[in-house]
Write a protein that binds this ligand. Structure first.
Ligand SMILES: [Zn+2]
Ligand SMILES: [Zn+2]
Length: 345
């Protein structure tokens, strides 16, 4: 069950030539020409699932995760990027491009929604309110989760746009219903864990309520999946060893193009220190998938579920980090130790 998970090759996509450039990268992809095992999210259906996972709960879960998935586009490279990964003699992505206006494209997801509470006397910190003498008191904070190697710090956060609902079509502008989040209020990042949280203050309360409803739906589907676990475990006994591993899916924006679903299994894991677990999986990824939420079904961890405060958030922070050096066709991500009950299925 142990393997050595060195970070990289990282899976951001890069562009100097705008959206057309991203499309060229997609059609000329060398990692997975034709993008086998990627399913456009608007065409994803129950038959795409492995036979014993063909259940409405699973399909609804994947669709809800998809609705929270965002494309992350960063149009500046911070001069604060380190030369090497802390603690490892390995180059850190973007170091040679510091200070340049190169676009980096990855994936992220809505992590939490918080509505303002008048009693706390907080005011909105969106780009309009920051320079206003009467900032809004009725607002929401949307927090996006991605990887630190996608958005490194506040400076990169200021140049970041997160596109929600980019589900079809060539570019976000050509896809109806896309919502762009810009003007972040702050970035919280942990380089070692490769976890980044970006906060957006917004007056678009309809959007915030819509996203909150989706997070609640995910919580309900997860609770439902716990009840299903005995049946699924029974099914697992009938299958080959490889197929007994839990389903691991991802919704990402390969090459910065519209959203796609990929399905696979977790394959191995490595506890690199007391806090971080690296693990590998067979799920297809491409440049642009970095930062995507890694989802396991059934999701067994309840850590982080907290419905009693104003903040509603998803229970785990697992971001896709890159392809594996050790095993061709495998990818890896990281998770806090304590959230990997699924490994013992
Ligand atoms: Zn590709
Ligand atoms: Zn505001």
């Amino acid at each position: 069950m142990s393997c050595i998970c060195l970070p990289g090759p990282w899976e951001c996509e890069y562009s100097y030539g705008g959206e057309a450039d991203l499309h060229r990268h997609y059609t000329r992809c060398t990692k997975n020409p034709g993008h086998k095992n990627f399913i456009p999210v608007d065409k994803f259906c129950i038959e795409d699932l492995p036979e014993d996972y063909r259940d409405k709960v699973v399909i609804n879960y994947i669709r809800a995760v998809s609705d929270l998935t965002v494309r992350v586009k960063v149009e500046y490279v911070s001069d604060k990027r380190p030369e090497t990964v802390p603690g490892i003699r390995k180059s850190y992505p973007g170091y040679s491009f510091r200070g340049q206006r190169r676009a980096t494209v990855g994936t992220g997801g809505v992590f939490s929604i918080k509505f303002s509470n008048e009693e706390e006397g907080q005011t909105c910190k969106c780009k309009v309110c920051r320079i206003s003498s009467t900032p809004e008191t009725n607002f929401a904070i949307i927090t996006i989760h991605t990887a630190t190697h996608v958005v490194f710090d506040d400076l990169e956060g200021e140049h970041t746009t997160c596109h929600l609902f980019f589900d079809r079509g060539g570019t976000p502008d050509a896809c109806s219903g896309v919502v762009a989040l810009t003007g972040m209020s702050r970035v919280l990042n942990e380089v070692i864990k490769d976890i980044c949280l970006i906060e957006y203050h917004t007056h678009n309360l309809d959007l915030a309520h819509r996203l909150e409803k989706t997070i609640m739906e995910i919580h309900e589907l997860m609770l439902h999946s716990y009840n299903q676990t005995p049946n699924m475990t029974k099914l697992k006994h009938c299958r080959s060893i490889q197929d007994r591993q839990p389903l691991l899916f991802m919704v990402s924006h390969p090459h910065g193009c519209s959203k796609q679903v990929s399905l696979g299994r977790w394959t191995s894991a490595d506890v690199s220190n007391r806090l971080i677990l690296s693990f590998q999986y067979s799920t297809s990824t491409c440049p642009g998938s970095s930062g995507a939420r890694i989802c396991v079904f059934p999701e067994l961890s309840t850590k982080g579920v907290n419905l009693s405060t104003y903040t509603l958030f998803l229970p785990s922070l697992r971001a896709h980090c890159g392809a594996s050096f050790m095993q061709l066709g495998e990818s890896f991500g990281r998770v806090y130790e304590g959230q990997y009950a699924f490994l013992y299925l």
